[in-house]
Design a protein around this ligand. Structure first.
Ligand code: KIV
Length: 305
């Protein structure tokens, strides 16, 4: 049997020990505590994602922004967790992703990192933390990696951020790209409509995808573009392409966790598949709790000391 030795005097005697053992030890006793062997997990790395693309296995990716949700999502077996700047919308209630700061992203990312055993954790560089110049981009990426313990960063944009991507990569930080609908540029585009429907924008997106691949991105997110174009991009580049509202011809899918479990019932784009209706479920549960408190049904005799 595996055992962890506890010295039951001084500092270690403060450790919590099951009552059954405590009852027959004195302060200088050494006991062997049974320890559950942690299951070996094969961690998802950027290489694993590449192998998945080659073998044709689809990549699953979801957002998470806190410890509890990340624990559930990782436990369920997700391949990639994105600590998205969509936290600005779903966690903080902002209208856009622009207000979230680097320190706020680090807070979310470090909560997620503490929960996860298996998934690859990618963190969005927030608006304003990388667009200035490549040195600023590198500093922001290093700060995120150092202070959160995440595994990679994601940046929105094409050729205009090539130099920043290359510079971040010189520090050994893996970079995921993001093209199509790029929410940090919402005020430039003016709407959240489907992107790259016209031929010139589609051609530019394909060129940008190739530029990001050549710059060294390990994967690419394509958001809200025609399925045919997304499939073409996935065929023409060797890195995994993960889509959101980009059809089934890509190498994987990503959704915002809160949308996918129906915590948010106000966002209903065509690409969203809802697996639960937690808004309704939780509203019902809270309603029942209120009713039980008001009627003095809670707590009952078994729910008190
Ligand atoms: O921030 C986010 O959640 C994202 C996904 C929509 C890809 O970037």
């Amino acid at each position: 049997m595996e055992g962890r030795i506890l010295h039951l005097n001084g500092y270690n005697s403060k450790k919590r020990i099951p009552k059954t053992i405590c009852s027959f030890v004195n302060h200088s006793t050494i006991i062997k505590m049974p320890v559950q062997k942690k299951k070996e997990v094969k961690k998802v790395t950027t290489n694993v994602l590449h192998e998945m693309k080659v073998s044709g296995e689809k990549i699953s990716m979801l957002t998470a922004y806190d410890y509890t949700m990340a624990k559930i999502v990782d436990h369920a077996g997700i391949d990639v967790i994105l600590v998205g700047d969509s936290a600005s919308n779903v966690m903080a209630g902002h209208e856009t992703t622009l207000p979230i700061t680097l320190d706020q992203m680090i807070y979310h990312a470090s909560s997620v990192v503490r929960a996860v055993d298996r998934a690859l954790i990618v963190v969005d560089l927030p608006f304003g933390s990388y667009q200035g110049n490549s040195k600023e981009a590198l500093n922001s990426a290093i700060k995120i990696m150092k202070e959160s313990g995440a595994h990679a960063v994601k940046l929105e944009g094409g050729r205009e951020i090539k130099e920043s991507i290359e510079r971040i990569l010189t520090a050994g930080i893996p970079v995921m790209g993001h093209l199509g609908l790029t929410p940090q540029s919402i005020y430039k585009f003016g709407t959240y409509n489907v992107r790259a429907k016209e031929e010139d924008e589609a051609l530019r997106l394909l060129e940008d995808a190739k530029i990001l691949e050549k710059a060294g991105c390990f994967a690419l997110v394509l958001e809200k573009i025609p399925a045919k174009l997304a499939e073409k991009v996935a065929k023409e580049i060797a890195i995994p392409v993960i889509g959101i509202g980009a059809g089934g011809g890509v190498d994987g899918q990503v959704l915002v966790f809160h949308d996918m479990v129906g915590l948010n019932n106000e966002f209903n784009p065509r690409f969203l598949r809802r697996y639960l209706n937690l808004f309704e479920e939780i509203t019902g549960a809270v309603g029942n709790y209120i009713k039980d408190v008001k009627s003095k049904d809670f707590p009952n005799a078994n729910e008190q000391y």
